[in-house]
Design a protein around this ligand. Structure first.
Ligand SMILES: [Fe+2]
Ligand SMILES: [Fe+2]
Length: 137
């Protein structure tokens, strides 16, 4: 059973954004599996670094669109992104310290956060870009 299942419900209509969300979901799943199967820390660290980098890439892509097309609700959206990044860094620190008691509740947080963020906040900017008739939206 996959920890975090992609749902068609997450579809925004923009293929590139959807693929980036899928990639984030699959990295969270990989991370979950590595930690729960007690793989060595170097495997977990490697996947986590990938998650850190990919999150940065995805958020930057969205944020560049906001600047480029003057998205009016960008400020609140950016704060949400920061919240997620902070949490991942917190997690990264405990993995780097090779903390054997890694708190698994982080995964519920990441899953619920991403679920809510895609469904509410990301779909909100997509709606705005659709109204502007931007290509790809
Ligand atoms: Fe976002
Ligand atoms: Fe997103």
């Amino acid at each position: 059973m996959e920890f975090f299942k992609w749902l068609t419900f997450y579809q925004t209509g923009n293929e590139e954004i959807d693929n980036q969300h899928k990639k984030l979901i699959s990295l969270i799943n990989e991370m979950y599996e590595a930690i729960s199967q007690n793989k060595n820390f170097s495997t977990s660290k490697k996947i986590l670094m990938e998650l850190v980098d990919y999150t940065d890439y995805h958020f930057t892509e969205e944020e560049e669109l906001f600047i480029k097309y003057k998205y009016p609700a960008a400020e609140g959206h950016l704060l949400q992104h920061k919240n997620f990044v902070d949490k991942i860094w917190e997690f990264k620190n405990s993995i780097e310290k090779e903390d054997k008691l890694v708190n698994m509740s982080i995964f519920t947080f990441l899953r619920d956060w991403l679920h809510n963020h895609i469904v509410k906040s990301d779909k909100e900017y997509v709606k705005y870009f659709k109204k502007m008739k931007l290509e790809g939206f």
